[in-house]
Ligand binder design. Sequence first.
Ligand code: MN
Ligand code: MN
Length: 470
Amino acid sequence: MSEEKNKKSEAALLKEKLFRSRKSGCVRVSAEEIRMADDYCEEYKNFLNKAKNEREAVAYAIDAAKKAGFTEYDRKKTYAAGDRVYVNNRGKALMLAVIGKKGTHDGVRLGIAHIDSPRLDLKPNPVYESNDLAMFKTHYYGGIKKYQWPTVPLALHGVIALRDGSTVDVTVGEEESEPCFCVTDLLPHLAVEQMSQVMTKAFNGEHLNVLVGSRPFNTDEESESVKLNVLNILFEKYGITEDDFLSADLNMVPAFKARDLGFDRSMIGAYGHDDRVCAYPALTAVIDAKDPEQTIITVLTDREEIGSDGNTGMKSTYLADFIADLAASDGEQLRHVMAKSTCLSADVNAAFDPTYASAFEANNSSYINGGAVITKYTGSGGKYSTSDASAEYMAYIRRVLDEKKVLWQTGELGKVDGGGGGTIAKFVANLNADVVDLGVPVLSMHAPMEVVSKLDVYMTYRALYEFYLY
Ligand code: MN
Ligand code: MN
């Protein structure tokens, strides 16, 4: 090759200086970083398999935190820089903090992800029998496309609280040796009418009935004998009766395990990436971040998928109350701490999908392997119902990520007026902290199997870790 041909044109050099890079993240990071991303995601897959609802995620996180020296927070104790504490909110939300050298005096650094995912919850009175089949009635949780949930193997997860105050943990359907469940669908041969309906009519919430049994208790001529047999099996295994479903949190979730996806194993297909794919990075970042300047807090919150209402969601006062306690022990007041606090709302964004390209605006979409995606605002319509991060805070986050060589990209949630959605960012902003969304781009978001890139998961971990220690 001649010397001339090797030389870049003036325009090419100027483009490099002025344009944002459009290259895949895979060619912008080292082979070593890709290897580290692959390694990091091995335990992430295990986390996905062990933590399919918020309670299981909290249990996993407490276990990991205890091994890393975290102890349960006691507001009467005084803590020193470097101390590691956690607060368990009803087994469904968790806060993990490392006390900073400056405590709360200059504000705290927050990383907040949610650990609930769309699924089918059992109704309070779920069990019924119809035409010799035993079924569970469900009420879907979060935003789902209902047609995606029939004919997917389902597992039952959750907890049943008995009248005497004891609780029974339930997991059925995860092991090969255990039975699974499913929602049935109509065969195509008889679906002429169904197929001509709009999707929301063809599959509505009352179609999402889960098949759980088909054999009668015995040969006695009794009605509802299949239902009786199912309840008898549950009584023998868990000691529960039909009334106990009323005091239970039971979820039907996809029964399959997280898998590497693609010949190159560059991605992971699994249930519940949204938002465990940010919760795991937020958990490991707070565990790995040693000796922060400001107090850092990872929050694994609940109820995001249904609008964050409830005592374990981000509309609850539980986070502000904890920060108020930390502030009080530093002689500070909550409002002064919040005004100086910064937050990464760690949540997913929709990755550009070439099959559905028309739903996206290509210049402002996030891409698989583009790295952690910063989403300045979410919401819908004319930027309704969202926190729009300030120019100054965006510049600060860019500086942190660029200085620490974290691969990142920007994204909006689809094209203007294409729909919309929200995250917990606005609730943190309403506490008068600076906040922006940062997380992992996801394909098939809210489907029984969602897809993410391993490189993007790792970069989200690195973003949170560097943010905590910057
Ligand atoms: Mn989410
Ligand atoms: Mn979601």
